[in-house]
Write a protein that binds this ligand. Structure first.
Ligand code: NI
Length: 246
């Protein structure tokens, strides 16, 4: 059930029985030489739509640009400054809660968004404190790639080549959605380096092709279907508990 494909009377009818909504958020940033720029947004959107369909829960439009400052030395990457992302999320939450969407599951596809999203949740709660009556908003941040069952199947399928950026699970998921974009060619080095980094210049210097610790050549559309299925099961169970909690 996509908010974008609903009419306002349909949203009214939905809100009469449910306060639940899933808000997908990603990023628009390089994902190595073979991964798609939209990987984080495409993953979050596909997971949200599948979970929304399974649970009969409304899905808000995907916020496709996030905080990706450290990727800006690679062509095509786009970023919001953290203060912009914070304001964007706060305004989206305040808009939703105004109509009665008081249970918001934020389904996130990008690690670089996490700190700012948590700050945005706190900022939103402070803003709601000024209202009488005060709406009781509950938010839950769900970073799909970190979930225990997703992590377990990722390690089973890809071992020590999962890494932390342009990972085979996220790349495979996008290739399941867009098989014509699958590009499992071998990369050199096979597994990219891992290290701490400090800003966009340092990122490019340490990770010249954009990957961190990963080998996305192990990805395939079929393995992406497997990741999608495990992730949709796990997120659906967590989302159901969140939405049904008193
Ligand atoms: Ni990613």
């Amino acid at each position: 059930m996509r908010l974008q494909l609903a009419t306002w009377p349909e949203v009214d009818a939905y809100l009469a029985r449910s306060a639940a909504i899933i808000l997908p958020i990603g990023s628009t940033e390089q994902h190595g030489p073979t991964g798609l720029i939209g990987t984080d947004a495409l993953c979050a959107e596909a997971l949200a739509e599948n979970v929304g369909e399974r649970l009969g829960v409304m899905v808000a439009p995907t916020l496709a640009v996030g905080m990706a400052q450290h990727h800006m030395r690679f062509s095509g990457s786009m970023t919001l400054r953290p203060s912009t992302l914070l304001a964007l999320m706060r305004d989206c939450l305040v808009s939703l809660v105004r109509h009665g969407f008081t249970r918001v599951l934020v389904l996130n596809g990008h690690g670089g968004n996490i700190a700012t999203l948590q700050a945005a949740f706190a900022e939103t709660q402070m803003e709601l404190d000024a209202l009488t009556p005060r709406p009781e908003l509950r938010t839950r941040l769900l970073n799909w790639w970190e979930l225990p069952r997703v992590d377990k199947v990722s390690v089973e399928l890809f071992g020590d080549a999962v890494g932390s950026h342009a990972t085979p699970p996220e790349v495979a998921l996008t290739w399941a959605l867009h098989p014509d974009r699958a590009d499992p060619r071998p990369l050199d080095p096979r597994i990219a380096p891992r290290a701490a980094f400090h800003g966009a210049e340092d990122f490019r210097r340490q990770f010249p092709d954009g990957r961190i610790g990963s080998d996305p050549s192990l990805a395939s559309p079929a393995l992406g279907e497997r990741i999608l299925s495990v992730a949709v099961d796990e997120i659906s169970a967590l989302a159901r508990r969140f939405f049904e909690a008193e």
